[in-house]
Write a protein that binds this ligand. Structure first.
Ligand code: OSB
Ligand code: MG
Length: 373
C-alpha cells in the first residue's frame, strides 16, 4: 500500500442541539477530515480535535499544520504492508495524538478496502452488534434534562450519562433517580473537581451510578487512585489515559475500575487496541467514548467497539442525535433495543457522501511527496 498523497479538509456542521460540558457550550463543530490516497484507494478518517483547546491541548488549529508539515510528510511516499506500521513512522513527533490518529486511521480504512475486508474484522473485533448509551450535556434547566433523558430512554438507549460540574450535580442526580430509580446511569465531570471535594463527591455514592467519569485533573492518575479508595462509585478515566502505559499505571495503582477509550485521544487504532488489551488483562472493562463525531469518526468508533473487552455501552449513538444530515450513507441508526448492528461490507460499511462533504468544505489542501518540509 503506497501512500501517494494526503488531503486535509475542514468542514463545518451545526449541531442539532447544543452540547455543554463543564468547560463550555458548543453549537456547532469544525471537523477536520483526512483522506489517504493509496494507489486508487481513498482511506478516510476524522480528526476528533475539538474547536477549542479545552478537552485537550489539541484543537483544530493545531491539528492542521501538524498534519500538513510533519505527520503527512512522515508517511508520504512510503509503502506499508499494514496501517499499524504508520505509528512508528510518526513516533518522533511528540504528542498531537488526535492528529496522528487521523493519519493512522485513514490508512486502516484504506487497508481494509484494499483487502476487501470489514474494518472491524481487520481490527480484531468479534461483536456483531454493539450496545449504545448517550451522553447528555448540561441543559438550561433540570426539567429540560429530564425531558431529554425521557426521549433517549424511549429510543432504547441502554445507559444514560449526564455531564456534571459543581452546582449541577447532586441536585440533578437526585431528580433523575427520583424519576428513574433503576436505569443504568453515569456521570462525567470532565475534571471539574479537586481532591478537596471528597466529602462532596461521596454524596454521589447514594445514586448507584455505573461510574463517575474523570472527576479530577485531566493529567492525573495518582490522585484518582486516592479518590477511588474513598468512593464506592467506580471511577472511569477518560482524559488521563493517553496511551497503554497510562492504562497500565491506572490499573496498577487502582485509579479506576472502568476505562473510556477514544481512539483519537490515544493516537490511533494501534494504541487503542493496546489500551484495550492492557485493560482486559487487568479485568477492567472498557467502552468507546465519543467526541461529537461526524459519520466518518462514528463509523470508526463502531468498528473499534466490536473488540471483546468493550463490555459496556459506549457514547456511540445515532447520527440524528447530532446532525440534521450526516455525511455517510446510511446514517448510523440505533435499534429499539439500543444497539447498532455491525455491517459486513469492506471498509467501514458506510459510504461517504462526497458531494455533501465538498459542499461543507471550508478549506482543503493536498500534501504530496516533496511538497512539504
Ligand atoms: O468527555 O466524553 C467526553 C464530547 C466532547 C468532548 C468530551 C466528551 C464528549 C462527550 C460526548 O461526552 C460524547 C458523544 O456523544 O460524542
Ligand atoms: Mg468524558
Amino acid at each position: 500500500m503506497k501512500i501517494e498523497a494526503i488531503t486535509i479538509r475542514e468542514i463545518h456542521m451545526p449541531l442539532v442541539h447544543f452540547f455543554e460540558t463543564s468547560f463550555g457550550r458548543a453549537y456547532s463543530r469544525r471537523i477536520l477530515l483526512l483522506t489517504a490516497h493509496c494507489e486508487g484507494i481513498d482511506g478516510w478518517a476524522e480528526c476528533v480535535a475539538s474547536d477549542a483547546p479545552f478537552y485537550s491541548s489539541e484543537w483544530a488549529e493545531t491539528a492542521w499544520p501538524t498534519i500538513q508539515q510533519y505527520l503527512a510528510p512522515a508517511v508520504l511516499g512510503r509503502t506499508l504492508t499494514t496501517a499499524r506500521d504508520s505509528a512508528a513512522l510518526m513516533s518522533k513527533i511528540r504528542g498531537h495524538r488526535m492528529a496522528k490518529a487521523a493519519v493512522e486511521n485513514a490508512l486502516w480504512d484504506a487497508e481494509a478496502q484494499a483487502k476487501q475486508q470489514p474494518l472491524w474484522k481487520l481490527l480484531g473485533g468479534t461483536r456483531r452488534e454493539i450496545p449504545c448509551g448517550v451522553s447528555i450535556g448540561i441543559q438550561d434547566s433540570i426539567e429540560q434534562l429530564l425531558d431529554k433523558i425521557e426521549t433517549e430512554l424511549a429510543a432504547g438507549y441502554r445507559r444514560i450519562k449526564v455531564k456534571v460540574k459543581p452546582g449541577w450535580d447532586v441536585k440533578v442526580l437526585e431528580r433523575i433517580r427520583a424519576q428513574w430509580p433503576e436505569i443504568v446511569l453515569s456521570c462525567d465531570a470532565n475534571s471539574a473537581y479537586t481532591l478537596d471535594e471528597v466529602e462532596h463527591l461521596r454524596k454521589f455514592d447514594q445514586f448507584n451510578l455505573l461510574m463517575i467519569e474523570q472527576p479530577l485533573w485531566a493529567d492525573d492518575i495518582y490522585y484518582h487512585a486516592r479518590l477511588q479508595n474513598e468512593l464506592q462509585t467506580p471511577i472511569c478515566l477518560d482524559e488521563s489515559i493517553r496511551q497503554a502505559r497510562d492504562a497500565a499505571f491506572a490499573v496498577d495503582v487502582g485509579a479506576c475500575r472502568i476505562v473510556n477509550i477514544k481512539v483519537g485521544r490515544v493516537g490511533g487504532f494501534t494504541e487503542a487496541k493496546k489500551v484495550h488489551d492492557v485493560c482486559q488483562a487487568g479485568s477492567i472493562p472498557v467502552w468507546c467514548g465519543g467526541m461529537l463525531e461526524s459519520g466518518v469518526g462514528r463509523a470508526h468508533n463502531i468498528a473499534l467497539s466490536t473488540l471483546e473487552n468493550f463490555r459496556l455501552p459506549g457514547d456511540v449513538s445515532a447520527s440524528k442525535r447530532y446532525w440534521h444530515e450526516d455525511i455517510i450513507e446510511p446514517e448510523v441508526e440505533v435499534t429499539p433495543e439500543g444497539t447498532i448492528a455491525i455491517r459486513d461490507q469492506p471498509g467501514t460499511g458506510y459510504r461517504l457522501r462526497e458531494d455533501l462533504v465538498e459542499k461543507l468544505t471550508l478549506r482543503k489542501e493536498t500534501v504530496r511527496t516533496g511538497t512539504a518540509k
